[in-house]
Design a protein around this ligand. Structure first.
Ligand SMILES: *Cc1c(COP(=O)(O)O)cnc(C)c1O
Length: 533
């Protein structure tokens, strides 16, 4: 199949015209790519370089309304092919110029950050293959990469009894599939009869008392909202989700879990079937105690799911004190992990792993037109509610090839060291106060301006005023465009804090600058607020 050099040279120089009558193919694609790609690569390179400049901004605009005024994305009736590439390239440039530039390293707003050059290349490969990972015959290498990554992750989490898994388009989808899979496995009539079948089953078991026939999900009040959405989409509804309180570090209180489960049974509120533990919560970054939660789930015959969308990659850490936060993962029935967050794999790349792979067969329908192979491994789409799938695992596989387990682990550790330093720096800054932190610390640091000791306003300032200071700082930072950070109300009614996500590749000097910015903008707020009193 390989061309010899002579043939290669000949095919590269020969002008190729297209015989297609579709306007989508004005010339042979290889020829169009030969002119477009180098120009786009140059623009992409310039975008990344611009981001890397020390003086760069995260966005070109100060607010979304301003962005709306600055740009217009029109939808023309007639295309621009005949006029050459300018219109297309200008449009690409418009997108690049007005997008958030993650390559600044100062987009610290969300749980994901800049991709890597490997990721950019991986996306290009995915695009040129344009293969649907629903069946292996269409996407042979992408499916093998998925199989391999699932195996590798399952091994790390201690799943060793015929586990299985697949990529999902995000942690929320993975969590939703976990709920559906659990429903069908814990309550076999679900697949054929739906919730009505479950009701009949439970009425037979418990009699027609109260709401005992309602399947219940237990998850912490700090867990991700996707668990609530999963309950909506599974037909259970929001009142089927029981929120378990957390301690001040954001960890689920196992004693409260046990009590709430027992109460729900004794009061006839429903039938517990699903317990979700969070590894790396969205706001504070705390890890639930998997062993104690697993013991409780097991005692009540519940499916144990671990939402490691954010914190799951800590399993790669070579430092025992870090990776041990996932101890007990081997006891879970399913785990979600998002390499597209902490591991910087391009969006989207998320996995659902299942300890006993057979459980996924609850989602299978036999589509005769699609699933021709008897080997279940060749029919990835059988495991989900979806059909067409992007081969997202390829990106993670290429990261694994490039950096190894060791590199990914050291990446996580680098982030944890940096987060520790940031906390120390904020502690040393009298103009700032730290919010509650995960214990042990993960990658989120919540902090806000502290009113000066001699503050002349109402003393001490109320939670509302302190939250106002946070939002003031957040706004000014946004206008200055150097940093993107988020803010969040913290549990316990203590008001809003700046939530900084420390990414492993964030530069130390950028974090120092940010801390100084928050402190000085805060100072300005308190001075102004004194004037208004
Ligand atoms: C981000 C996150 C999710 C959702 O993942 P998506 O990929 O954004 O759908 C779920 N759980 C936790 C804990 C998260 O941090």
């Amino acid at each position: 199949m390989t061309l010899n050099d002579g043939q290669k040279a000949a095919s590269a120089s020969k002008p190729l015209s297209s015989s297609s009558s579709s306007p989508l193919e004005p010339v042979a694609p290889s020829q169009e790519l030969a002119t477009l790609l180098p120009q786009v690569v140059q623009m992409v390179q310039a975008f990344v370089e611009e981001g890397e400049k020390p003086g760069s901004n995260v966005t070109a605009w100060q607010s979304i309304p301003q962005l709306r005024q600055n740009v217009s994305l029109d939808l023309p009736d007639y295309g621009s092919v005949k006029d050459g590439d300018k219109k297309l390239l200008d449009s690409i440039q418009l997108v690049l110029e007005n997008s958030v530039n993650p390559w600044t390293g100062r987009f610290l707003d969300k749980l994901y950050s800049a991709n890597t050059p490997v990721g950019v290349c991986a996306d290009l490969i995915l695009s040129v293959l344009n293969a649907n990972a629903h069946v292996m015959s269409a996407s042979p290498m992408l499916s093998l990469a998925e199989e391999k990554c699932v195996e590798g992750l399952c091994e790390m989490f201690g799943f060793n009894d015929t586990p299985d898994g697949l990529t999902m388009p995000g942690g929320s989808s993975a969590n939703t599939l976990a709920v559906q899979t659990a429903l069908a496995n814990i309550f076999p009539p679900f697949r054929e009869q739906g919730l009505l079948g479950i009701s009949e089953l439970l009425f037979e078991k418990y009699g027609r008392v109260g709401k005992a026939a309602r399947p219940l999900i237990f998850t912490s009040d700090q867990s991700h909202y996707s668990l609530d959405k999963a309950a909506i989409s599974a037909g259970l509804g929001l009142s089927s989700v029981i929120k378990v309180p957390c301690d001040h570090t954001g960890r689920m209180d196992p004693a409260a879990l046990s009590r709430l489960i027992n109460d729900s049974i004794s009061e006839g509120l429903g039938t517990p079937f699903f317990v979700n533990a969070t590894s790396g919560s969205t706001v504070l970054g705390s890890f639930d105690d998997l062993r104690s939660i697993s013991a409780i789930a097991r005692r009540h015959g519940c499916w144990l799911h671990v939402d490691g969308s954010w914190g799951g990659p800590i399993i790669f850490s070579p430092t025992r004190a870090h990776s041990s936060l996932m101890d007990g993962s081997e006891l879970a029935d399913s785990i979600t992990i998002n390499p597209h967050k902490l591991l910087n794999v391009p969006l989207q790349c998320s996995f659902l792993l299942v300890r006993r792979g057979k459980a996924l067969s609850a989602n299978t329908l036999d589509a005769g037109y699609l699933f021709h192979s008897k080997d279940a491994r060749e029919n990835a789409a059988m495991k989900t509610m979806g059909c067409g799938r992007r081969g997202d695992a390829l990106k993670f596989w290429l990261y694994w090839v490039r950096f190894g387990k060791e590199g990914l682990g050291k990446h996580v550790d680098a982030g944890l060291r940096l987060a520790n330093d940031v906390v120390e720096a904020i502690r040393d800054e009298p103009r700032l106060e730290l919010g509650p932190l995960a214990e042990p610390l993960f990658l989120q640091v919540c902090f806000r301006p502290k009113p000066p000791r001699d503050h002349k306003g109402v003393e001490p300032p109320s939670v509302e005023v302190r939250s106002k200071a946070t939002r003031y700082v957040h706004n000014v930072l946004k206008e200055r465009r150097r940093f993107a950070v988020d803010f969040a109300p913290l549990p316990g009614g203590i008001g809003d804090f700046i939530r900084l996500v420390v990414h492993p590749r964030t530069k130390r000097e950028d974090l120092e600058e940010l801390i100084e910015e928050v402190a000085s903008i805060g100072e300005e707020f308190w001075e102004r607020s004194e004037e208004s009193f």
